[in-house]
Design a protein around this ligand. Structure first.
Ligand SMILES: C[S@@+](CC[C@H](N)C(=O)[O-])C[C@H]1O[C@@H](n2cnc3c(N)ncnc32)[C@H](O)[C@@H]1O
Length: 222
């Protein structure tokens, strides 16, 4: 075995242990991918964000007033991450695959601030949502529909940001003047590219700057 192979094996093992331990805190190991039964609707497979990525993506980005929405919450690892931060914000997961949604809802039923909705997130967007998370849930065609629906959510009155992980179709936002895109440089090159997309107040500059709070501050060495 070469040094490179050894180091990548070790990386995989550490990553698995970290994910396993935090998953188990919330009732079940979530690892593994489930092939989507909704490819015809443009859905991608049910897979999981890595907790390490989530620790970077949400560090100092959650405000106390935010309503957090995971578009395509799958087995609920992002909901787990938000719960692990000890925040009391409303946490909403929307999942197209009804069986997966039902399992996620059942697992997290004891958390009163968590709501898991089964259905098409583009059709069932929570109007109160302020911070939306996307882990590349569907095709570019669907993302364009989502973008246009999100842009209509009372854009002038309040903040609306999207944290977009594995942002393969980010140009749908960069090409649209309603959105401002900040690409994130995650410190680990093995993680996917990511961006923060902010709804711009047309005519009056960008949304108010984020007010970092203690919520979700960056943990070291997770
Ligand atoms: C890559 S997984 C991400 C799971 C979870 N957000 C995470 O990061 O751990 C994408 C999920 O989006 C779901 N999905 C795809 N299209 C959807 C839609 N229109 N509405 C709701 N969920 C959708 C898929 O079923 C899948 O569970």
């Amino acid at each position: 075995m070469t040094w490179l192979e050894g180091s990548s094996l070790l990386y995989g093992a550490v990553r698995l242990c970290r994910n396993l331990l935090l998953d188990l805190r919330f009732g079940a190991f979530l690892g593994g991918t489930i092939r989507t039964t909704h490819a015809g609707l443009g859905a991608h497979d049910v897979s999981n964000s890595d907790y390490r990525a989530l620790s970077y993506l949400f560090a100092n980005r959650i405000l106390q007033t935010d309503v957090l929405v995971d578009i395509g919450c799958g087995k609920g690892r992002v909901l787990n991450w938000w719960l692990s931060l000890g925040i009391s914000n409303q946490l909403i997961g929307i999942e197209l695959d009804e069986r997966v949604a039902r399992r996620t809802a059942a697992r997290l039923r004891n958390f009163r601030n968590v709501h898991v909705v089964a259905g098409d997130a583009i059709e069932r967007l929570p109007v109160a949502g302020t911070l939306f998370y996307l882990f590349n849930p569907f095709t570019a065609t669907n993302l364009r529909r989502l973008r246009d629906k999100l842009a209509l959510l009372r854009p002038l009155e309040r903040r609306l940001i999207i944290i977009y992980y594995n942002c393969v179709d980010i140009e749908l936002f960069t090409e649209d003047p309603r959105w401002q895109v900040e690409r994130l440089a995650l410190p680990d090159p093995r993680l996917h590219p990511a961006a923060v997309v902010t709804r711009i107040r047309l005519g009056s500059g960008a949304s108010p700057p984020l007010q970092p709070t203690a919520l979700g501050s960056l943990p070291s060495g997770r």
